[in-house]
Design a protein around this ligand. Structure first.
Ligand SMILES: NC(=O)C1=CN([C@@H]2O[C@H](COP(=O)(O)OP(=O)(O)OC[C@H]3O[C@@H](n4cnc5c(N)ncnc54)[C@H](OP(=O)(O)O)[C@@H]3O)[C@@H](O)[C@H]2O)C=CC1
Ligand SMILES: O=CC(=O)O
Length: 320
């Protein structure tokens, strides 16, 4: 088989690097690191395959990569890729659906419980030496079990959150979807409703949507106003699905009780962002899939995908 040129723009585990090196010439260069930027730029013109994550692959990158055949993303979300430009150039894009579903759902459910029961705030209360007498009701949280959760983005991750909510915590689950969805094992526990009903009736709203032109800014001031008073927002999709200023206003006016956020419009979250220190925001550094097991499984799948595509085979994980 012809050896091709692979540019790795986000570090992979050693054994996956070895698989790539056995088949191809490999350059490792992360364009987000100032000391590796030149090496990335130098490798781009001869690269047949790219593998990595969290970097914007747009027309300016593609114009400098005339030999590119395939890009393998170590993520399920593909909003940082210019899909029309890839399509136009006949470059295949693959991603890593499925292997991160359960871990990401765990993270979102952890955020949901943490936000409602004030886990981080109260752990800091102990850590800061403030636990000097029994806490009073000013520090009580709110129940999770039995409350209604509304899910926007009822795909793999959304349904995995629904299973945790319905089967583990006895929570009625609402979802709003643009088409009928089958959810084996959840019959009788979940209900498709209009967007208006989901906003008005949910105690928790969980976002598990991809970022697209349709979902950008979906959670805006009027949708926050339409949410139940005292509801909690959990965002595990992409930051730009939420209008962050409108979210802050809804929190500050007391309309929303809290927010649990794993993703932000700008990442890493800028030091100056009011979301960083807001008393009713639990902010995580985009760790939906960040466990040793899952990140390894993603790296293996992304490596499989690239090796297949460069060998002229069709991977099952092509982005349509
Ligand atoms: N926080 C983190 O670390 C992680 C975040 N993510 C984010 O989660 C997203 C979802 O991942 P996953 O569940 O695997 O993807 P899926 O494609 O399985 O699920 C996404 C769902 O959202 C639906 N959807 C898309 N657009 C709309 C819309 N406008 N209104 C209502 N529903 C819509 C899709 O419907 P349809 O099938 O009809 O297109 C689909 O059911 C990723 O795209 C990524 O952005 C993923 C992993 C980790
Ligand atoms: O945000 C992570 C992803 O896999 O998408």
């Amino acid at each position: 088989m012809t050896r091709k040129n692979v540019l790795v723009f986000r570090e992979l585990p050693d054994d996956q690097m070895a698989r790539l090196r056995a088949a191809h010439e490999v350059t490792v260069a992360n364009p987000k690191r100032a000391d590796q930027r030149k090496a990335f730029d130098a490798a781009l013109p001869t690269a047949h395959g790219l593998i990595g994550a969290s970097y914007s692959i747009d027309e300016t990158v593609l114009a400098r990569a005339p030999r590119l055949e395939a890009v393998s993303s170590i993520s399920v979300g593909v909003d940082n890729y210019d899909l029309p430009a890839l399509r136009q150039r006949g470059i295949v894009l693959t991603h890593t659906p499925g292997v991160l579903t359960e871990t990401t759902a765990d993270t979102l459910f952890a955020l949901l419980i943490a936000s409602s029961r004030r886990i981080v705030e109260l752990a800091n209360h102990v850590r800061d030496g403030q636990w000097t007498h029994n806490i009073d009701e000013s520090l009580f949280g709110w129940d999770v079990h039995g409350k209604t959760v509304g899910i926007l983005g009822f795909g793999r991750i959304g349904q995995a959150v629904a299973r945790r909510a319905a089967l583990g915590f006895g929570m009625p689950v609402l979802y709003h979807h643009r088409r009928e969805v089958e959810c084996p094992g959840l019959e009788g526990h979940v209900k498709a409703v209009s967007m208006e009903a989901l906003l008005a009736e949910s105690d928790f709203i969980v976002l598990a949507l991809p970022l697209t032109e349709e979902t950008r800014g979906l959670m805006n001031a009027s949708r926050f106003a339409a949410m139940k008073r005292g509801a909690i927002l959990i965002n595990g999709s992409r930051g730009a699905v939420v209008d962050e200023e409108a979210l802050l206003a809804a929190l500050d006016h007391g309309h929303l009780r809290a927010a649990g956020l794993d993703v932000f419009a700008v990442e890493p979250l800028p030091q100056a962002s009011p979301l960083r220190r807001h008393p009713r925001v639990t902010a995580l550094p985009h760790i939906g899939s960040a466990t040793h097991e899952t990140r390894y499984a993603m790296a293996v799948l992304a490596t499989d995908n690239l090796l297949q595509e460069l060998a002229g085979e069709r991977s099952e994980c092509r982005v349509p």
